[in-house]
Ligand binder design. Structure first.
Ligand SMILES: Cc1cc2nc3c(=O)[nH]c(=O)nc-3n(C[C@H](O)[C@H](O)[C@H](O)COP(=O)(O)OP(=O)(O)OC[C@H]3O[C@@H](n4cnc5c(N)ncnc54)[C@H](O)[C@@H]3O)c2cc1C
Length: 499
C-alpha cells in the first residue's frame, strides 16, 4: 500500500476505545515537535508526543543545527563577536530572499523574536562559543559559533541590507550541532511531565460528527490505538522528501536529479493528515536544492559556465542559490572554470570529474567540446571585468574577482546528470529537502482552503510552509530556526486553546 493511503480520518462514532487522554498531542518528535511539547507543558498542558522512530531527533538531530538568528540590535552572540543587526536589516534580507513567496507576517514575527529565541535555546544548555568564522564555509570544522550562512555578502542582497553573520551553530569541532541541540532538548523533555511514545506512527485523527478533532490514531506494537485530545493536535512530522509519490507530484523537475536530504520518515504524513482535514497546502513546488561547490573558498575565484559557455550566477552566492541557477541551465549542464592555483578538491563534491585541462581558453573550449568563441570569449570578458574591478555581468563581490590568467586551466563538471551515475556517491548529488506544506498562521494554527482556522489543529516545521520559501533565497539555519521557533509558538497556542 502507498505511504499516503495508510493515513486516514476516523469517526469517533465507530466505537473508538481511547487508551488515555491528553490536552495536547504532538505528532513527531523532531525539532519542531520537541519545542512544541516543551512550551505546551510549561504552559500547564498534559502533553503526549508520538514518534514513529525508536527515538526522537528526526532531521533536526541529523542537522548541523545552524539557526538563522539576528535583529533587535544583535543576538548576544552577534554582539559578543562585534556585530550589530537591526530587526529591519534582517527583515530586508529575508524579504528579498523569498520575494513574493515570503510570508511578511511570519518574517516580521520571527525576526522580532529571533533574539529571544536564541536565549531560549541557550537556556536548554546548548553552548555557543563567542567567536566568528568569517570565511566562505558551510559548517565550521573548528568550534566557532557565528558564521555567514547565506547570501548576505553577495549581490543583490548586499545592496539591500547590511551584511551581518546570522548563522548560530552550537560549539564543537566538526559537524555535531544537531546532536548537541537535540540532546539538550531531550534532557529537558525527559525531566518534564511529557509522555513520550516512540515506535508509534501517527496514522490520522479522530473526529466527531461535526468534524471536530477529538483524538489521534497511531500504530504501536502492531496495534491501532487512539488517544483523546482536549485542546489540540500539533503536526510536526517533517517534510515529504522521502515520499516518492509526493515528490513526483509536487517536485517533478527536481525529482529527476536531486538527492533526498532528511530522515527516512520524511514521508509527508503530517501534510497528508492536514489535507484530509481540508487544510490548505502551499509552496509545494519549492525545495532547498544545494550545490556546495565550496569550500575551499578559492574555488569561488572560478566562474560557472553552462553548455553555451555563458556565465549564469555570481559565484560568491550561497550553495542553495547556486543550486537554483544550476537547475535552470539547459539539461542542467554546468561547469566551473578554475585556474591551477585556485583549484583544490571541493569538500562536499570532491568526486566530480575534471572535464578538460589546457593552457589556453581556446584549447580548453575545444577539448571540452564547446563551440569556438563561447567559453574563451566569456573567460576573456570576465578577465576584463576583473581588471576594471567590477563584474558587469553578475556583480560578484570584488573580494572574489581575480584574473584567470595562470594556466593550466581546468573545467570541473558539475552537471546534474552525472550524479545519477553509480560512480558518484549520494553525497555529491544536489541535496534537496522540501519547503512546502500546510498553511499556518504565526500562532501555528492551520488554515483550511477557505482561509478559516481548523479548530484544534496546529502545525510547525517542514510539515508547514514556514519561514523559508525558496531554495533560491534560502540561507542555512532558516529551517531549524523556523521549526524550533514556530514549534514553540504552536505549543503555546495549543496549550491555551479553548476551542
Ligand atoms: C544532514 C542535514 C543537515 C542539515 N543542516 C541544517 C542546518 O544546519 N540548519 C537548518 O536550518 N537546516 C538544516 N537541515 C534541514 C533541517 O534539519 C530540517 O529541515 C529541520 O530540522 C526539520 O525539522 P522538523 O521538526 O520539521 O522535522 P524533523 O526534525 O525531521 O522531525 C520530524 C519527526 O517526525 C517523525 N515522524 C514522521 N512521520 C511520523 C508519524 N506519522 N508519526 C509520528 N512521528 C512521525 C520523524 O521520525 C521525526 O522524528 C539539515 C538537514 C539535514 C538532513
Amino acid at each position: 500500500m502507498s505511504e499516503s493511503k495508510t493515513i486516514s480520518i476516523t469517526n469517533a462514532n465507530t466505537g473508538i476505545n481511547y487508551v488515555d487522554e491528553f490536552d495536547v498531542v504532538v505528532c513527531g518528535y523532531g525539532g519542531a515537535g520537541g519545542c512544541a511539547a516543551l512550551e505546551a507543558v510549561r504552559n500547564g498542558a498534559k502533553v503526549l508526543i508520538l514518534e514513529r522512530a525508536s527515538d526522537g531527533g528526526g532531521s533536526t538531530a541529523l542537522s548541523s543545527c545552524e539557526m538563522y538568528l539576528g535583529g533587535s540590535g544583535g543576538t548576544s552572540l552577534q554582539r559578543a563577536c562585534g556585530f550589530e543587526d537591526t530587526t529591519q536589516n534582517m527583515i530586508n534580507y529575508i524579504e528579498l530572499a523569498f520575494e513574493d513567496k515570503g510570508d511578511p507576517e511570519k518574517i516580521k514575527f520571527y525576526t522580532e523574536n529571533a533574539y529571544q529565541h536564541f536565549e531560549w535555546v541557550k537556556s536548554l544548555g546548548v553552548t555557543y562559543k563567542e567567536a566568528a568564522h568569517l570565511g566562505r564555509i558551510v559548517v565550521p570544522e573548528s568550534n566557532e559559533s557565528l558564521l555567514y550562512t547565506g547570501n548576505e555578502r553577495a549581490y543583490p542582497f548586499s545592496d539591500y541590507s547590511q551584511p551581518v553573520p546570522r548563522g548560530h551553530v552550537p560549539s564543537h569541532e566538526g559537524d555535531f550541532g544537531g546532536k548537541i541541540f537535540f540532546d539538550a532538548l531531550k534532557k529537558e523533555i525527559t525531566l518534564s511531565q511529557i509522555t513520550v511514545r516512540c515506535d508509534s506512527r501517527v496514522l490520522g485523527l479522530v473526529v466527531d460528527s461535526n468534524n471536530l478533532i477529538c483524538g489521534v490514531s497511531y500504530k504501536k506494537d502492531n496495534c491501532i490505538q487512539h488517544v483523546k485530545v482536549t485542546k489540540g493536535v500539533i503536526l510536526t512530522t517533517g517534510g515529504f522528501v522521502m515520499n516518492d509519490e509526493m515528490v513526483s507530484k509536487y517536485l517533478p523537475f527536481q525529482s529527476d536529479f536531486a538527492a533526498p536530504y532528511g530522515n527516512p520518515w520524511d514521508k509527508g504524513d503530517g501534510i497528508q493528515i492536514g489535507m484530509l482535514m481540508n487544510a490548505n497546502v502551499i509552496n509545494m513546488d519549492e525545495a532547498f536544492f544545494g550545490v556546495y561547490f565550496y569550500p575551499p573558498e578559492s574555488l569561488t575565484y572560478g566562474i560557472f559556465l553552462n553548455s553555451s559557455g555563458e556565465r549564469f550566477v555570481n559565484e560568491d552566492s550561497y550553495g542553495a542559490r547556486i543550486g537554483h541557477f544550476c537547475a535552470q541551465q539547459h539539461q542542467q549542464k554546468v561547469y566551473l572554470l578554475v585556474q591551477n592555483e585556485d583549484f583544490a578538491p571541493s569538500i562536499y563534491m570532491d568526486k566530480l570529474p575534471v572535464l578538460a585541462v589546457a593552457d589556453t581558453f581556446e584549447e580548453l573550449e575545444k577539448e571540452a567540446g564547446f563551440e569556438p568563441n563561447t567559453l574563451s570569449s566569456t573567460a576573456k570578458k570576465y578577465n576584463g571585468y576583473v581588471k576594471g574591478g567590477f563584474d558587469e555581468a553578475f556583480k560578484k563581490d570584488p573580494q572574489w574577482l581575480k584574473e584567470i590568467c595562470n594556466p593550466p586551466y581546468a573545467l570541473i563538471d558539475y552537471s546534474f546528470d552525472l550524479q545519477r551515475s553509480p560512480m558518484y556517491s549520494q553525497k555529491t548529488g544536489p541535496l534537496m529537502f522540501t519547503l512546502g506544506g500546510l498553511e499556518t498562521l504565526k500562532t501555528g494554527e492551520v488554515l483550511d482552503k477557505n482561509g478559516a482556522i481548523i479548530p484544534k489543529l496546529f502545525a510547525a516545521g517542514r510539515t508547514t510552509a514556514g519561514l523559508p520559501r525558496t531554495g533560491k533565497g534560502y540561507s542555512s539555519g532558516m529551517s531549524v530556526g523556523d521549526a524550533t521557533f514556530f514549534g514553540r509558538m504552536a505549543g503555546k497556542s495549543a496549550s491555551k486553546n479553548k476551542m
